[in-house]
Design a protein around this ligand. Structure first.
Ligand SMILES: Cc1cc2nc3c(=O)[nH]c(=O)nc-3n(C[C@H](O)[C@H](O)[C@H](O)COP(=O)(O)O)c2cc1C
Length: 182
């Protein structure tokens, strides 16, 4: 079977501690994963076993060859409040955001797991940005239970617990049917 390319964009929130698990789960499901962390995510990746998955950071030199094959699908796990809003308005001033804006513009199958505590989610941009992403076809996944019909923010101080209970299967289940039907 030919592997399908999965970009895993990782933002700076406690669920970034599960990126290595995401690499292993993706491979078990036939994906060839590439990690694309934001700067803020890097400290969560430092001590993880990432299974030697390529970690793509910073913009490439104009003379450098492409560092990744084209994506068959994209997972944004976790998606911070900051990246959610930047992506929704089309801000492409970092490599992860450029990747996300291009994925949305090309309608590449994408699933995102918003991860923000109540205080941030109370800002009106939260609902507005989620609506933009859903309108564009992004599968938005609740970090608590994998639901795609609602997204619950986190109680303050529960980030590590929610990250522990999170299942990568929730994300992979949303992406594989889209690939098969495309
Ligand atoms: C310990 C820690 C936990 C954080 N948890 C969250 C979080 O759960 N959700 C969130 O949106 N931001 C969280 N932040 C803040 C983001 O890391 C910060 O907004 C950062 O600028 C996000 O950048 P990025 O979107 O490029 O990853 C956390 C920061 C720290 C240091």
């Amino acid at each position: 079977m030919t592997s399908k390319t999965l970009y895993i964009v990782v933002c700076g929130a406690p669920l970034a501690s599960r990126a290595g698990d995401g690499v292993r789960a993706a491979r078990q499901h036939g994906w060839d994963p590439y990690l694309i962390p934001t700067d803020a995510a890097m400290s969560w990746l430092a001590d993880q076993d990432l299974g030697d998955a390529p970690v793509i950071t910073g913009s490439r030199n104009p003379n450098q060859l492409r560092r990744t094959p084209p994506a068959d699908a994209v997972a944004v796990v976790p998606m911070t409040f900051n990246t959610l809003n930047a992506w929704a308005i089309g801000n492409a001033n970092t490599y992860p955001l450029t990747t996300l804006c291009a994925a949305l513009g090309s309608r590449t199958p994408t699933a995102a797991v918003p991860f923000a505590k109540n205080d941030l989610a109370g800002h009106p941009a939260w609902l507005a940005s989620l609506a933009v992403l859903r309108y564009a076809g992004i599968r938005v996944i609740n970090p608590h239970d994998g639901s795609t019909t609602s997204v619950d923010p986190l109680e303050s101080g529960t980030g590590d617990q929610v990250a522990t209970n999170f299942r990568w299967q929730w994300v992979l289940n949303q992406l594989e049917p889209q690939i098969r039907s495309s």
